[in-house]
Design a protein around this ligand. Structure first.
Ligand code: HEM
Length: 372
């Protein structure tokens, strides 16, 4: 599915798509330039009823980001390693007892949801609920008709309402009694002497669920998928588990969970010989930038120990993924344990892979494997 980008980078590196009423950008250099220039390319978009980090510009963005950064530094995240390993092992115990699993349903799906639930401080037993709601929030319309779009918006609105109600209950409890969790940290945090509003705490919690879960699920599933398509990769990583961090980066580059990042121009800009008017939607194709031969040697080859590997799958600049250290750690632990515990991991079932229905997500709905 990525070959089409090779052609587009050559023929129309920056192009206007009339049907979608947006600009598409395909080259690494251009995508990088855009992400580096938030003043010209704003993140503010009315994609939901709530404001959150992802769709804020400076100075508000820098203030909010400063608050939450401390909870997500590589050091703070590294402390979670033993707990992540326990969760992954428990999931694999159940799968081992059955001799197989659906990677998505039984392993890569639950792992990030349980981890983020514990970080936030919400009961992990409620995870099925918020997984259901957050899935609705990231699923795009099946068809690009107005009717389909309206139906999706209505569904999202409803899911948002339920998630909001759920977290409001938790916030109420934490106001009475703080715990050692992210929600308590957010309740105590101040910007210029001002506490965050309930609405702000709420939308940040929802952002973590929405931004972190399906993406990490897809990263792990995409890695399992690659390793079953290339059993020699399993062998190699089983022998050299230290290679896993680099291999995870290459999976991110090669099969990016988020294929494109949106921005809006704040003034007229010239890019790739095209004039983009102020207020235009710009779609930055990370999946294409990651395979740009001007930046990567042998871009269409999977090189497990590629170094350097400046892929853009976590974005770049001020909005660089807050959860990157967590996603990297979860993927490393999950995949190393899977390989360590099972000598043979192979795809099972004859069904064709079902891609996730969203133009900007790269992942499959289900990936059954046998493990022994
Ligand atoms: C931002 C990708 C996991 C939380 C981003 C952005 C990308 C991204 C591309 C930048 C968006 C932009 O510039 O508009 C991914 C991928 C992940 C992943 C591929 C997994 C493989 C996570 C996790 C969390 C998380 C686990 C939280 C627990 C966030 C947040 C932002 C963000 C809060 C907004 C940061 C900001 O605007 O300053 N992510 N993400 N992500 N991500 Fe992730």
């Amino acid at each position: 599915p990525f070959e089409v980008f090779d052609r587009l980078r050559e023929s129309t590196p920056v192009r206007y798509d009339e049907r979608r009423n947006c600009w598409d950008v395909f080259r690494y250099e251009d995508v990088h330039y855009i992400l580096k220039n938030p003043a010209l390319f704003s993140s503010k978009r009315p994609i939901s009823d709530m404001e959150n980090l992802l769709i804020m510009d400076p100075p508000r963005h820098s203030q909010m980001r400063g608050l939450v950064n401390q909870a997500f530094t590589p050091k703070a995240i590294a402390a979670l390693e033993p707990r992540i390993a326990d969760i992954a092992n428990e999931l694999l115990d159940e799968a081992a007892a059955r001799g197989g699993m659906d990677t998505v349903h039984d392993f890569s799906g639950p792992l990030p949801v349980i981890v983020i639930a514990e970080l936030l401080g919400v009961p992990a037993r409620d995870r099925k609920l918020f997984k259901e709601w957050s899935d609705v929030l990231v699923t795009g319309p099946q068809m690009n008709t107005e009717e389909a779009l309206r139906a999706v918006m209505a569904e999202r609105h409803e899911a948002m309402r339920k998630l909001g109600g759920y977290f409001t209950g938790i916030l109420g409890k934490r106001r009475g009694k703080r715990e050692e969790d992210l929600i308590s940290l957010l309740l105590d945090a101040e910007i210029d002497g001002q506490k965050l509003t309930d609405q702000e705490v709420l939308s940040f919690c929802i952002l973590l669920l929405v931004a972190g879960n399906e993406t990490t699920t897809n990263l792990i599933t995409n890695a399992v998928r690659y390793m079953t398509e290339h059993p020699e990769m399993q062998e190699m990583l089983r022998r050299q588990p230290d290679l896993m961090p680099a291999a995870v980066e290459e999976v991110l580059r090669y099969y990016p969970p988020i294929q494109a990042i949106g921005r809006v121009t704040t003034s007229d800009v010239e890019l790739g010989g095209q004039l983009i008017k102020a207020g235009s939607q710009v779609v930055n194709w990370v999946a294409s930038a990651n395979r740009d031969g001007a930046k990567f040697e042998d871009p269409n080859t999977f090189v497990p120990d590629r170094k350097p590997n400046p892929h853009l799958s976590f974005g770049f600049g001020i909005h660089f993924c807050l959860g990157a250290p967590l996603a990297r750690l979860e993927a490393k632990i999950a995949l190393n344990l899977l390989l360590e515990r099972f000598g043979h991991i192979a795809r099972s079932g004859e069904e064709e892979l079902q891609p996730i229905q969203s133009p900007f997500v790269f992942g499959v709905k289900s990936f059954p494997v046998t493990i022994s």
